[in-house]
Design a protein around this ligand. Structure first.
Ligand code: ADP
Ligand code: MG
Length: 225
């Protein structure tokens, strides 16, 4: 599903260049559930952004589902992203003036699906998350766990092959974190590859493998059991 070889990435700001990823090699099979751990600033989000075709890399190779991902046009990148990837973030990234149903439906808007139809589909996904009764509520009327379930429904609605979650439980209490992890595990059990960045050991232990990143290098890959 994912093959990354010798990937390097630097951020250039003015005269300065910061070498963030220093030759990353990683293979992730379809249907795997892995966690990525590492200190703040070690390059986890940078790696996730490259995996999700939100950002380019400088050298190396990245294949996603057999497609070579490198310096794609914005249009091609968006197309592949919409078809392949769902994102979940620590801060949920919901649109504050849209209700839960409209937030879930948003990816279908970009696929030019008419409003009635996309709202119907969004309701099915909200139903799967146990949120039918909350469909017409705005994000600020939802708890953190509910917001993250809306975000997960939004990530799923495009039928992705891989879900990239950047600290999905980072803003949740421990009980809600476990509920969100249950949900991510159920989704993974349907065959969707799952990649989760986390700071928390008990979250990482619920994935099959933990990839440790330190200062832009993968230092260890541990199989959890
Ligand atoms: P992590 O997610 O592991 O905390 P990041 O991948 O976000 O780390 O960041 C790695 C390093 O790159 C940090 O030093 C961060 O400040 C820097 N960085 C991240 N994004 C940018 C950017 N867009 N421009 C410049 N520097 C960045
Ligand atoms: Mg980060």
């Amino acid at each position: 599903m994912i093959q990354i070889r010798q990937v390097h990435k630097s951020y250039v700001t003015g005269q300065n260049s910061l070498h963030v990823l220093k030759g990353i090699n990683l293979e992730i099979a379809q249907g795997e559930m892995i966690s990525i751990m590492g200190a703040s600033g070690s390059g986890k989000s940078t790696l996730l952004n490259i995996l999700g075709i939100l950002d380019d890399y400088d050298s190396g190779e990245y294949f996603l589902n057999g497609e070579f991902i490198n310096r794609l046009s914005e249009r091609k990148a968006a197309q592949l992203r919409n078809r392949m990837v769902g994102f979940v973030f620590q801060s949920f990234n919901l649109v504050s003036f849209k209700n839960a149903m409209e937030n879930v439906a948003l990816p279908l808007y970009y696929q030019n699906i008419p409003r009635k139809k996309r709202n119907l589909i969004a309701m099915e996904y909200l139903d799967r998350m146990g949120l039918t009764d909350w469909a017409h509520h705005l994000p600020n009327e939802l708890s953190g766990g509910q917001k993250q379930r809306v975000a997960i429904a939004r990530a799923l609605i495009g039928n992705p092959k891989v879900i990239l979650a950047d600290e999905p439980t980072g803003a949740l209490d421990s009980k809600t974190s476990l509920e969100v992890m249950d949900l991510l595990q159920e989704i993974n059990a349907t065959g969707i590859t799952m990649i989760i960045v986390t700071h928390e050991h008990d979250i990482a232990l619920r994935t099959q493998k933990t990839v440790r990143i330190s200062d832009g290098n993968i230092t260890e890959i541990v199989v959890n059991n």
